[in-house]
Design a protein around this ligand. Structure first.
Ligand SMILES: *[C@@H]1O[C@H](CO)[C@@H](O)[C@H](O)[C@H]1NC(C)=O
Ligand SMILES: *[C@@H]1O[C@H](CO)[C@@H](O)[C@H](O)[C@H]1NC(C)=O
Ligand SMILES: *[C@@H]1O[C@H](CO)[C@@H](O)[C@H](O)[C@H]1NC(C)=O
Ligand SMILES: *[C@@H]1O[C@H](CO)[C@@H](O)[C@H](O)[C@H]1NC(C)=O
Ligand SMILES: *[C@@H]1O[C@H](CO)[C@@H](O)[C@H](O)[C@H]1NC(C)=O
Length: 696
């Protein structure tokens, strides 16, 4: 298995580098000398401007009707609400998007990569990318695939230029792409190929071809490999009656045959994006060109002047099988920006950032949490560093409160530049999504990086973002307003005592970005999409007074303890995970017990540091077995829980420390990195029973 975002997001896999985020001692002493006094004067001279706002921050949504449906101010057109479908008349499908990029960038650089982490990035222009995509698509037609939205092709690769060339090659002939997530595991891949009856899969390398050839579905006829495969694999395929051909050769066939493009219509399907539920088989979310274009357009509209343009470079490292990453690509192509792919190993990620110097990146909270933790632990060694760093942050925090976010104060030059340089030194826009982000971490990142960071909330069923915080709103712990492409309402969940009339309820979404249903799964579609076209997300939310949405709970995953109290374990987990010693946490309880318990995956570095400082020897696994370490963590999370207002019956009474991360590979996380609760419960059954037994 090659590294994926799960390593970055949850992993403990070595990042090999220990950044010192702070300037050296000499620099620090220099800062201390001129520090505070100069900073004030300098900041005054450089006259910062607060961000330009698209609407009043105290009144961020339009509310209509008896159901209190919330809309974006940006969806109002000539006094009427009209959900956004597209931003530009001539750009209504993904096929159009790529062409627009070529035009507005004036054939600028489009896709960048490097074969090894010591080499500089190489670039392919928009025209070349368009041509290669078309040739590849033409080659598929030559191989016998009929153009049209009914033709599905699998994509089983980590992010690389061929992913995009293949994807846009398919769109050029109205075909649709079905990403096979490398971490879904072989069973899920087989399930998806069988359900979609895919005959052709574009496959990254020998290893992935081999895994598909192990007990292949009967419909699979052809593997197109991006990298060379071994003779052994080719022979195995031949014996199984499956054709193998290189990506390059398909392009060559296409060049020779030159089939005319068959552009898609907005209502045509462009992808089936599988999301694994917490139980059972993955569900295929059917999305059209319009869904994806509407979503990306909604994001761009809300970003206003901050939207990507042809001077931007984005780094691509979150899996393209996630809609968050796909939408980010679409947004960048629409503006004619360039995309550079990370070199494929997350251990080299920071090097890639330095070589690429991206201006935009999508991000997941875990990346921020790691940077935050690293900086904090870097500070623990020196009181002087801590003093300066805190002075720098508090100066920038003061500005943030006044609506000013920038990276050119003297504090940035002297103290914070290392944090900024670790991201390449040019970042101006970050879109965070996929999981809740702690307010303290978000504030810290806004101050330390001095760039625009917006947070989104969304689901694959809505082609990814549904709400987005607006640039200029620097408050935290909410997910912003609905995008101009959709409307949001709350509906009652009586079981959990949430009533829309009291401003709380299940978040329901309707709009041009909302999917058409799950592929071949009418039952699950009926559960999720009601007769009026509202998608029921299962998340519980509340609209704050100023119209921003806050996620407060999850509809499922609650249980009752024996004393009759309801427990929402995810709420507790979101508090415990803020402990520096905790990497991941699973809170568990049974209705026959009177208390909750937990499984904790300790943070390798911070636990190691704690142990070293006290002369405690041992590997991570050994440390996890030590009562002293367990007590340390239990005390820390209990303290955090107390501060966050957890009731005593919500706090775990005991924990089990597990040395290995929950991951997609070991089946404990969904591909969108949410905990698979039933699987976790099964996996840790013996430990959970043991912990409960000991408590009695
Ligand atoms: C919010 O804005 C809407 C439309 O712009 C307006 O009709 C409404 O009165 C405003 N509400 C408040 C409380 O200012
Ligand atoms: C691109 O966007 C940046 C940031 O908003 C802006 O400073 C720059 O002028 C824009 N460039 C063009 C060519 O529009
Ligand atoms: C500072 O912000 C500007 C504008 O957002 C950006 O162009 C520049 O690259 C940033 N510098 C660093 C060091 O992040
Ligand atoms: C649009 O994309 C964002 C970010 O990728 C995602 O969070 C959101 O759910 C999407 N919304 C829809 C309706 O597709
Ligand atoms: C919106 O309202 C919430 C809750 O009252 C508040 O915490 C937040 O600061 C407000 N946002 C802005 C931009 O004023």
């Amino acid at each position: 298995m090659f590294p994926t975002d799960s390593d970055l997001v949850y992993g403990t896999s070595g990042d090999g580098q220990n950044f010192d985020y702070l300037t050296g001692t000499a620099g620090i002493l220099a800062v201390a000398g001129i520090g505070v006094a100069v900073a004030t004067a300098y900041n005054w001279i450089s006259k910062p401007n607060p961000a330009k706002l698209p609407f009043d921050l105290d009144n961020q949504t339009i509310i209509e009707g008896p159901d209190f449906i919330h809309y974006s101010h940006l969806s109002k057109e000539g006094g009427e609400i009209k959900l956004l479908r597209y931003l530009y008349d001539d750009t209504r499908t993904l096929y159009d998007v790529f062409r627009r990029g070529a035009r507005v960038s004036n054939n600028g650089p489009c896709l960048g990569w490097r074969t090894d982490p010591t080499k500089p990035y190489q670039w392919m222009s928009y025209k070349e990318s368009l041509l290669r995509a078309q040739n590849f698509g033409s080659g598929l037609v030559a191989l016998g695939l009929p153009p049209g939205p009914g033709t599905l092709v699998g994509m089983y690769s980590q992010n690389c230029p061929e992913w995009i060339l293949g994807e846009y090659g398919l769109y050029t002939y109205s075909m649709a792409v079905v990403p096979l997530y490398d971490t879904l595991g072989p069973d899920s891949c087989r399930f998806i190929i069988t359900q979609t009856e895919i005959s052709v899969v574009i496959c990254e390398n020998d290893e992935k071809c081999k895994s598909l050839l192990n007990n292949p579905p009967a419909c699979l006829k052809q593997l197109i490999h991006i990298k060379p495969i071994s003779k052994e694999t080719a022979d195995l395929a031949k014996r199984l009656n499956i054709n193998t051909i290189s990506f390059e050769l398909v392009e060559k066939f296409g060049t020779e045959r030159k089939y005319n493009p068959v552009p898609p219509r907005p209502e045509d399907m462009c992808t089936i994006c599988y999301t694994s539920g917490t139980t059972g088989n993955p569900k295929g979310v059917v999305l059209t060109h319009e869904n994806v274009v509407a979503n990306a357009s909604g994001v761009l509209l809300q970003l206003g002047d901050e939207k990507p343009n042809n001077t931007d470079v984005m780094i691509s490292f979150l899996p393209l099988a996630h809609m968050l990453e796909r939408i980010s690509h679409v947004g960048v192509y629409m503006g004619g920006g360039a995309i550079g792919f990370y070199s494929g190993n997350i251990a080299n990620f920071m090097d890639d950032m330095k070589a690429l110097k991206p201006t935009i990146t999508p991000a997941v909270p875990r990346l921020f949490n790691r940077i935050f933790d690293k900086v904090q632990s870097g500070l623990s060694s020196s009181a002087l560093k801590r003093f300066l760093f805190n002075a720098a942050l508090s100066s920038k925090e003061n500005e943030r409160r006044r609506g000013i976010i920038r990276n050119n104060t003297i504090w940035d030059r002297l103290v914070l530049s290392k944090v900024q340089d670790s991201m390449g030194g040019r970042i101006r826009l970050i879109i965070v999504g996929s999981a809740p982000l702690a307010g303290t971490v978000l504030n810290f990142m806004r101050c330390a990086l001095g760039c625009v960071i917006v947070e989104s909330y969304g689901l694959t069923e809505c082609a990814a973002p549904t709400t987005l915080t607006v640039h200029g709103d620097y408050t935290t712990e909410h997910v912003g307003t609905p995008l101009a492409c959709c409307a949001i309402k709350l509906v009652d969940v009586p079981d959990m005592n949430y009533y829309a009339a009291n401003g709380r309820g299940e978040i329901c979404i309707k709009g041009t970005n909302v999917f058409k249903g799950y592929f071949k799964d009418p039952e699950k579609t009926r559960e999720a999409l009601d007769d009026d076209g509202w998608f029921h997300t299962g998340d519980i939310g509340t609209f704050l007074d100023n119209g921003t949405l806050k996620i407060i709970d999850r509809k499922k995953n609650i249980f009752k303890l024996s004393q009759g109290e309801y427990i929402a374990p995810e709420k507790i987990e979101s508090i415990y995970v803020k402990s520096q010693y905790v990497a991941q946490v699973f809170v568990y309880g049974e209705s026959l017990k009177s208390c909750t318990i937990g499984v904790i995956v300790p943070d390798v570095e911070n636990v190691k540091r704690y142990a070293e400082e006290r002369g405690i020897q041992g590997t991570h696994a050994v440390l996890c077995n030590m009562p002293e370490i367990k007590q340390l963590i239990l005390n820390d999370i209990t303290e955090l829980g107390k501060k966050a207002g957890l009731k005593s019956f919500e706090q775990v009474k005991d924990i089990y420390l597990h040395p290995e991360a929950f991951s997609v590979q070991n089946g404990l996380l969904t591909p969108t990195l949410k905990s698979k609760r039933p699987e976790l419960r099964n996996f840790f059954k013996p430990q959970l029973e043991y912990v409960y037994r000991k408590l009695n």
